[in-house]
Design a protein around this ligand. Structure first.
Ligand code: SIN
Ligand code: CO
Length: 388
């Protein structure tokens, strides 16, 4: 996409301007980001999702058995009828995985890398409902889906910001409001990480939160080193064949530290492994159990496609690709595959196309690596047959 064309979703500024001036820096209110937006899901359907075992959901009741009572789903149907008239919120995580029309909304965010997007959470709030003043460690776009919500934004926060005592929720003890707006359907508020915010439902309201993935430094280090350690033998150890006589045997000297730093640098500096780990990590599905496929061989796949079968991306799968020297890496739902550079257009097609069929796959099916790749993706569950 052209970064210099005004984007309706961003209120008419370009992707370049948004990234330069707002992304990870400051909030942006966009009136009618999606003009005349009609929520593809209604409150009853959202409540229906919260009854399902595999769907992550929470209820937050401001004046429940204790202040800001939180219950985790799945919920029983009669639980909703016992709720008060006002001041509660139902939050359902990753609705994009279950409702294709919600996943389609993400097409509007193609000015950002798709592997940075985490999920679309949808909340339903009864009048006065809120999850309290808080901050998140991630960027978020808050799109108003139905009804009105009054948003206040406040100070920048961090781990030292005082919180109310609460076992599950991180509600700010001190909220210093700086700006406020009432959002109507189609209006959207972008918030950078750590900015305090507080949204209160004016009437029955649905709010869509498009959230992002950003691993913490601690996650990067622990997961990457775990990944690296699979490739190291037990024989590879701290060595000091160059050791010199020491004057005090109890002292750890500078040369020991230098040897350790060299050992770390040798492994941590391996860009190919870093990229492989990162791609796998960022494409890990939220629900891996929803990414499974059938046993299949190349000939069966080819046969099905020749008979008119259509392959579509599993909504629970995550795909990305990258270059390594002359080769390419495809990341699919937490796994990676090294492929020859000539498959570049196929990788782009697999990551971006709504549907794969004889017409757009044609030439790639004659390529053994291309065919194998498609077959592996179906077996892994990242791609599936449309009518299944
Ligand atoms: C909500 O939808 O009620 C909360 C969303 C958020 O503050 O991140
Ligand atoms: Co929030």
């Amino acid at each position: 996409m052209n970064p210099d064309i005004p984007v309706q979703l961003l209120g008419g500024i370009t992707a370049r301007e948004f990234l330069r001036d707002y992304w990870q820096k400051k909030p942006l209110l966009i009136r009618q980001a999606i003009p005349d937006f009609e929520s593809p899901i209604d409150p009853d359907e959202l409540a229906g999702l919260a009854l399902e075992e595999e769907v992550e959901s929470r209820l937050i009741i401001e004046n429940g058995v204790r202040p800001w009572e939180m219950r985790r789903g799945p919920f029983a149907e009669d639980e909703f009828s016992k709720l008060p008239e006002t001041e509660w919120t139902l939050l359902v995580q990753a609705v994009d995985q279950f409702v294709p029309e919600v996943a389609e909304l993400l097409e509007n965010f193609r000015f950002l890398p798709s592997w940075r997007i985490d999920d679309v959470m949808i909340s339903y709030a009864a009048p006065g409902g809120s999850v309290g003043p808080h901050f998140d460690n991630y960027d978020v776009f808050l799109l108003q889906g139905h009804g009105k919500r009054h948003w206040k934004i406040g100070q920048m926060c961090d781990t030292d910001s005082p919180l109310l005592e609460h076992a599950d929720l991180r509600i700010l003890a001190d909220f210093q409001g700086s700006d406020e707006w009432t959002l109507e359907p189609g209006d959207m508020l972008y918030l950078p990480p750590r900015l305090a915010h507080w949204g209160v439902a004016v009437d029955d309201c649905l709010t869509y939160s498009v959230g992002f993935r950003a691993p913490s430094a601690a996650e990067v280090l622990t997961h990457f080193t775990d990944f690296l350690s699979q490739f190291m033998s037990d024989e590879e150890r701290y060595t000091d064949a160059d050791a010199q006589p020491v004057s005090d045997p109890h002292q750890i000297q500078r040369d020991a530290l230098d040897r350790l730093k060299a050992l770390l640098a040798e492994h941590m500096g391996d860009e190919r492994l870093l990229l492989t780990w990162f791609g796998q990590f960022m494409t890990e599905p939220r629900y891996p159990e929803l990414v499974t496929g059938p046993e299949l061989d190349d000939a069966e796949l080819l046969d099905s496609l020749e008979q008119g079968a259509i392959l579509i991306r599993n909504p629970s799968a995550r795909l990305a690709w990258s270059e390594v020297d002359e080769d390419l890496l495809l990341f699919a739902s937490g796994q990676s595959r090294l492929l020859p550079g000539r498959l570049r257009e196929l990788l782009k097609l697999v990551c971006a196309a709504d549907a794969l069929h004889m017409d757009n796959l044609g030439q790639w099916l004659a390529d053994e690596d291309g065919r194998d790749l498609l077959c592996e993706l179906v077996k892994q569950g990242s791609l599936g047959f449309a009518d299944e």
